[in-house]
Design a protein around this ligand. Structure first.
Ligand SMILES: Cc1ncc(COP(=O)(O)O)c(C=O)c1O
Length: 431
């Protein structure tokens, strides 16, 4: 079939080989247009795999009950029930704002932060701080706070956005403890330079996803909370990817007990079965939004079907203990990969929380740059031949198994990666 699609963020020549057919397989398996089967752990949204019968049934039932709805000037029970359920899971927050996707909820949280301070009379608090390597979305606000190197095409971006250095304990020359201390000091300097009275919020992914499962140390997050509180700056967590079980807890905010002011969820919220994003705010922020109203929103945000799916996803996670499953299998996959790859000539590091796992291959432990191109190419081909659909970029393999991953599937992931990494060495040596 002739291609008529402009694919986002994609290399078109590669896509031609990977058109997923219109055919539901079981669990996380998909089929391409020529009949190859792949275990798909390339998409962080897919926390329940494909064709989950309980979710499909919920979708059908919700379409029969209420097939569409609006949250502008009216409401519906599906969104109200989900908002209540979310607040019962995350009781430190008091209100939920619905968006269409990850970008949408980040955008909303930025506007909420500015409005909050405007309402309090701090009219100059407009600036935002984000981190090197951050990815927060594609709209101009969220994109302006993303630092993944494509800004020059679309600039000028939103003004008053400041980039802070990411605390990278793997690539740093310093010990992990010193790295955290250094980066916190740098953040204090940025706040002093830019003026706390001019900064509305600091936004951070507690584990960066697009830049290759880069984990922010718990100590850094705790210190960041202290600094933002003492400077009256809101701390926003972007948990679009990490949230709703992916990182082995309902959120990294819960995992490390950080107590942020605003938190955002999207991907796992509907397990990839419907586009939806949410922003949860604490009660003092809610109060300011209720007084003035919040003049922002999208027509179909908080769609009844998306909200029903999300309620079902949250219930499945609770009833099937999927957060524990994510912790158990996350640890197992990391341990087995580490044990078996530690002597691989290009092995760098395994990191992540729960079922958000990054395997970094490096040229060598001293320079920690990506391994040679021919190794990367052959490794990608070997994974593909094995039937693993993953993300491998700049030497980093990012793994997003479903929260309901089985023991057989975990073994398949481990075995495929080890064999592919070893064959890639053998084949690149003989080339
Ligand atoms: C951390 C993070 N924030 C925001 C987004 C944007 O979400 P969406 O693609 O749903 O707009 C993404 C998407 O990958 C993400 O990883």
């Amino acid at each position: 079939m002739e291609n008529k699609i402009i694919y986002p963020f994609s290399n078109l020549s590669k896509i031609e080989n990977l058109i997923i057919s219109n055919k539901n397989l079981h669990s996380s398996w998909v089929e391409d247009s020529v009949g190859n089967h792949f275990y798909n752990i390339s998409n962080a949204s897919l926390t329940m795999g494909a064709a989950n019968p309980e979710i499909i049934n919920e979708i059908t039932e919700q379409y029969k009950k209420l097939s569409t709805g609006l949250l502008i000037g009216q409401g519906h029970t599906s969104a109200m029930e989900l908002a209540n359920k979310l607040i019962s899971i995350f009781p430190s927050f008091s209100q939920v704002f619905f968006s269409n996707d990850g970008t949408g909820c980040i955008e909303a949280s930025l506007k909420i932060a500015r409005q909050y301070y405007l309402q309090k009379g701090f009219i100059n608090k407009k600036k935002f701080i984000s981190f090197s390597g951050a990815y927060h979305g594609t709209s101009y606000g969220s994109f302006s706070l993303s630092n993944i190197g494509v800004k020059e095409i679309y600039g000028p971006t939103l003004e008053k956005c400041i980039e802070a250095p990411f605390p990278n304990t793997f690539k740093s020359e310093l010990t992990s403890e010193n790295e955290v201390r250094t980066k916190i000091k740098e953040m204090e300097e940025i706040i002093a330079r830019e003026g706390a009275d001019k900064i509305a919020a600091i936004i951070i992914e507690p584990i960066q996803s697009v830049s290759g499962v880069r984990v922010v140390p718990k100590e850094y997050l705790s210190e960041l909370k202290k600094i933002s509180k003492s400077n009256d700056i809101l701390l926003i967590f972007d948990e679009v990817t990490t949230g709703i079980g992916r990182a082995g807890e309902w959120s990294v905010n819960n995992l490390h007990n950080i107590d942020v002011d605003i938190i955002n969820f999207s991907k796992g919220l509907t397990a990839g079965y419907f586009p939806l994003g949410v922003t949860l705010v604490k009660s003092d922020i809610k109060d300011s939004l209720i007084t003035m109203g919040f003049p922002h929103g999208s027509t179909l945000a908080g769609h009844p079907v998306g909200c029903a799916i999300s309620q079902k996803v949250l219930t499945i996670i609770e009833e099937s203990n999927l957060i524990s499953n994510a912790v158990v299998y996350g640890k197992l996959i990391k341990k087995e990969l580490e044990n078996n790859l530690v002597n691989h000539p290009f092995f760098g590091q395994i990191r992540g929380e729960g079922l958000m796992i990054g395997v970094e291959f490096v040229n060598n432990q001293d320079d920690k740059n990506p391994p040679p191109q021919h190794f990367q190419r052959i490794f990608t081909e070997e994974l593909y031949k094995k039937g693993m659909l993953t993300l491998f970029s700049n030497g980093i393999l990012s793994l997003y198994p479903p929260l309901n991953v089985s023991s057989i599937d975990a073994d398949f992931i481990i075995e495929s990666i080890i064999t592919s990494a070893n064959s890639a060495i053998k084949n690149s040596n003989s080339n």
